[in-house]
Design a protein around this ligand. Structure first.
Ligand code: NDP
Length: 497
């Protein structure tokens, strides 16, 4: 197969001058420096973006603040939801255009970009839209006695926080941004988004569609440029009421510290992990291999919830690794725009070099590279799907996140030992347990330290289920009804009469 033909509107979009989206306008901004957007499948620059600075930060935060108190505040809760519904429809109407742009910028295969990134982003938008008309407080009974015959009544209100700064990683440049903007807008907040500098283009196009959907100017703004410079500037801005960050643990810690120092700015952190997947001995070898591929290798492993540590029964590990080697070796690696490709490139050169460096360290430590463990020929940033057999629970790759197509495998002979090893990690974003024994699974679920536990499945995010990390994998929950707590302030009102 060959690459699909790019839509003319995609080629035209790439040829534009790119910068930021502020107050309902695409603009280059005041900057003189530009940075290149590189297609990771070819290593070639496909567009240039003007780097943002303090001027764009100020303009975007001011626009969002004005909309929070003005245009967006005047939109009724029901109409907020309608705006998000229309945006969902527009994402679907522009599905192919957005999927091609996402694929070109991030290296995501075109099939995943269509089916996972765009379709799921639309589904999440619709889910959040439904909440906009259902956010409310409670009526409460005052608990203390009345001494002089006075009466009391009390209620709580959920009030929007204000301007939300959403900081987005490169692995799902549309979907993760949609999570943040939908949560914020549903609650009545406004947003300034800072995409990763590796994937700065797609939200510019989505912002135009948001305007078409009727979202008032200033409600959604996008500022592009270096995270290390723009991130702190956005958080330090006096109009920043909340920062919602998704990314790596070290950057998340820096964001959290900056937010606290800035006057306890509200913070949600969705961070990395080293997610575990454990297979009990009642599962067949074939099902284990299917499960491992589902859990660890989708989008080249560049999914925060993907499994990277695999625990297999001693009795099965040799057979599983043999079969897994065949299956990984047969996966079709290739251009992201080829519809038959199963494994695309890693999303950028820095990440590619980091993953290759981790292979070197694993080898030096004595871990056994069962398959892969090397770069693949080609101009882009391709890495072979890799399986590594650890010598023990303290091997580097049982502890450090690769965020690549890399599974590290360890045998266990006792289920208690397996649970202890699963929990022996500073992270706790997600985990999965694979077994035909539901009773055993139900008993193990409360003992697994992770924000999400899947049974006989992995990497399946549903908007109705809260998502977020335990331990060093973050603070706060997205989705479900849990997000409301993180985008509103709870105000108590007490009345004496
Ligand atoms: P980073 O933490 O490097 O970057 C995330 C975002 O933060 C980017 O927009 C980046 O901008 C920005 N940023 C960088 N420095 C700062 C700073 N000092 N202050 C504020 N913002 C800053 O992560 P990656 O983009 O490299 O994404 C990969 C990582 O994200 C993985 O470790 C993965 O585990 C994690 N992740 C977690 C998810 C979750 O839900 N838990 C989901 C997806 C990814 P720029 O790119 O311009 O530097």
């Amino acid at each position: 197969m060959t690459d699909i033909t790019l839509l003319p509107q995609v080629t035209a979009f790439l040829g534009r001058e790119h910068g930021h989206y502020i107050s309902g306008r695409l603009l280059a901004g005041a900057g003189t420096e530009k940075f290149a957007v590189v297609n990771p499948a070819t290593g070639q620059a496909i567009a240039q973006v003007v780097e943002g600075g303090q001027e764009e930060v100020d303009a975007a935060m001011q626009a969002a603040f004005a909309a929070f108190h003005g245009a967006w505040a005047r939109v009724s809760p029901m109409e907020r939801g309608n705006c998000l519904m229309r945006l969902a429809d527009l994402l679907q109407a522009h599905r192919e255009e957005l999927a091609q742009l996402e694929s070109l910028c991030s290296g995501k295969t075109i099939q995943l970009a269509r089916g996972l990134e765009i379709d799921m982003a639309a589904q999440f938008l619709r889910y959040f839209a439904g909440w906009s008309s259902k956010i409310s407080g409670e009526t409460l009974n005052v608990s203390l006695p009345s001494f002089r015959g006075e009466q009391y009544t009390a209620f709580t209100r959920r009030e929007p926080l204000g301007v939300v700064v959403g900081i987005i990683p490169w692995n799902f440049s549309i979907m993760i941004a949609i999570w943040k903007l939908a949560a914020a807008l549903t609650c009545g907040c406004t947003v300034v988004l800072k995409p990763s500098e590796y994937t700065p283009l797609t939200m510019l196009r989505v912002a135009e569609l948001a305007q078409e959907a009727g979202i008032p100017d200033g409600t959604l703004n996008v500022v592009n440029g270096s995270g290390a410079r723009l991130g702190p500037a956005l958080i330090a801005h006096p109009h920043c009421a909340k920062v919602s960050f998704t990314g790596s643990v070290p950057t998340g810690i820096a964001v959290g510290k900056a937010a606290m120092e800035q006057g306890i700015v509200r913070t949600t952190l969705e961070l990395g992990g080293k997610n575990g997947a454990a297979f009990l001995a009642d599962v067949s070898v074939d099902k284990m291999v299917d499960g491992i591929i589902e859990a660890g290798y989708l989008n080249q492993g560049q999914i925060c919830a993907a499994a990277e540590r695999f625990y297999l029964p001693d009795s099965h590990i040799d057979a599983v690794l043999e079969k897994l080697t065949q299956r990984l070796g047969a996966m079709k690696v290739g251009s992201s725009l080829d519809e038959t490709t199963e494994v695309g490139p890693l999303a950028n050169e820095a990440h590619y070099r980091k993953v290759l460096g981790l292979f070197d360290k694993a080898r030096a430590e004595g871990s056994q590279i069962v398959c892969g463990g090397h770069a693949l020929a080609g101009p882009g940033f391709f890495v072979a799907p890799t399986a590594i057999r650890a010598t023990g629970p303290d091997d580097l790759l049982m502890r450090e996140e690769t965020f690549g197509p890399v599974g590290t495998f360890l045998a266990y002979d006792d289920e208690e030992q397996m649970i202890a090893m699963m929990n022996d990690s500073p992270y706790g974003l997600a985990a999965s347990l694979w077994t035909n024994d539901l009773s055993k699974a139900m008993r193990m679920i409360p003992r697994i330290e992770a924000g999400t536990v899947w049974i006989n499945m992995h990497t399946f995010l549903d908007p109705a289920l809260p998502f977020g990390g335990m331990k060093s994998s973050g603070i706060g929950r997205e989705f479900g009804s849990a997000f409301i707590e993180h985008y509103t302030e709870l105000k108590s009102v007490m009345v004496r009469y």
